[in-house]
Design a protein around this ligand. Structure first.
Ligand code: C5P
Length: 405
């Protein structure tokens, strides 16, 4: 479904090197049949020429409150638009937006706009992580602006990290999903997902871990976004590269770090899915230097202590409105054991992974699951791709949500 056809879109471009990507973005919008008007700040015009953007958008580019002897009516522009997208948004523009400063046409249109506002920041790593930028972002989110998270990678400065403006294709997907939201079942919902293994350090070079890949969590996150939801993905050590608007990846290493992150974000979550393979135990003491084997040493013991149960902790914090889902991998009496876990941890239902099927579980792209519900009902599924499994799990979550109302 092309949800952008006929949509009136104002693209605000500010002075970041990522401004060059705005040309591609305008082309994508025009191809989708959107009506695009471009506003540029003065510093944006030093990165890309207004002529390029007026040619691509088929509309004059607005760069000042007055262009020649014509006044650009910011109120009219703000009312005309179905969406205002500021891409790239510099730290400077974000700061102005967060504080109501209005010293150029773009900020005047922002303050006058009644339509949804999307912000795609683009800046260097340290500017993005600076507490003042992060505080401005939080403020802008609290004003109901929609953040299109910057992506990680090489930055124009040569630094590597988060700060690159999201790729035009990803901004387009975010926008299309937004306009589809009337049809999107998880629009407005925040879903917390734990995924991947945890690594429990023994010394600076060794750890206790497991083979979980994080693939099931990644598939769930992608499908939540496809249904219009926002994801906070708390991910243990995983090789997976996850850079998709709508998914905030919080990388952690140990179970204790996963617990902290889960507790921090749970209150804002409508749904939490515990897909992580958390280490049950961790070394009691972590050596500060690499442990050396001694001459004639044939045995070595590591004392372990129990890790906290993250799922059960959230189960205790859970309100009536929140939905909590767990995973289980059982070798004996799977349904009975899964039911016991479901009650103990406060899950609304539990996803039982099969150990019997080739291609199911750790590191595979496929999985075969059985859902076990509170009333002892079970629902079995065939071996499927993890993306299709994610859809089955989300369908069941939506069903449980309806029954709760
Ligand atoms: O008890 P068991 O490890 O089989 O429980 C599995 C479920 O509990 C999974 O959803 C897993 O993510 C979660 N879990 C957890 N914290 C732990 C152990 C398990 O969140 N320490």
């Amino acid at each position: 479904m092309n949800t952008l056809a006929g949509k009136k879109i104002i693209l605000g471009i500010t002075g970041s090197i990522a401004a060059y990507k705005a040309a591609f973005f305008v082309r994508l919008l025009i191809k989708k049949g959107a009506d695009v008007k471009v506003i540029m700040t003065q510093s944006a015009t030093t990165f890309i020429s207004p002529l390029t953007l007026s040619t691509l958008s088929k509309n004059p580019v607005i760069t000042g409150i007055a262009d020649g002897d014509e006044w650009s009516n910011h109120v009219e522009l703000g009312l005309w638009a179905d969406a205002l997208i500021i891409a790239p948004a510099t730290a400077n523009t974000l700061a102005k937006m967060a504080n109501g400063i209005c010293d150029n046409i773009l900020n005047a249109v922002y303050l006058s706009a009644r339509c949804p506002v999307f912000i795609a920041p683009g800046m260097d790593l340290d500017m993005w992580t600076h507490p003042s930028t992060q505080a401005n972002i939080q403020k802008l989110i609290s004003f109901n602006n929609l953040l299109i998270e910057p992506e990680s990678g090489e930055l124009a400065s040569g630094l590597i990290g988060k700060g690159r403006m999201a790729e035009p294709e990803n901004i387009l997907t975010f926008l299309s999903n937004f306009f589809r939201k009337e049809h999107l079942s998880l629009a407005g919902k925040t879903v917390l997902i734990t995924a991947g293994p945890t690594y429990e350090p023994i010394d600076p070079v060794r750890f206790i871990g497991n083979h979980s890949s994080g693939k099931m969590g990644k598939a769930l996150a992608a499908k939540v976004v496809a249904r219009g939801g926002q994801v906070k993905l708390i991910l243990g050590p995983s090789k997976l590269n996850i850079a998709q608007p709508g998914i905030e990846v919080i990388r952690i290493t140990t179970a204790l770090e996963m617990l902290d992150a889960a507790k921090k974000h749970f209150a804002q979550a409508d749904i939490a899915i515990m897909a992580a393979a958390v280490a049950d135990f961790r070394p009691k003491n972590v050596a500060t230097e690499k442990i050396k084997k001694k001459a004639n040493q044939d045995e070595m013991n590591i004392e372990l202590v129990k890790n906290p149960d993250i799922a059960a902790t959230l189960g205790n914090m859970k309100t009536n409105k929140q939905i909590l889902i767990g995973f289980a991998l059982e070798t004996e009496q799977p349904v009975a054991n899964a039911t016991r876990k479901l009650n103990k941890k406060g899950f609304d239902f539990i996803v039982l992974n099969s150990l019997k099927d080739k291609g199911a579980g750790f590191n595979h792209d496929t999985n075969r699951i059985t859902l076990v519900f509170k009333d002892n009902k079970t629902q079995e599924f065939q071996l499927k791709s993890k993306l299709d499994v994610a859809d089955d799990i989300l369908d069941a979550i939506e069903q449980v949500t309806k029954e709760k109302k």
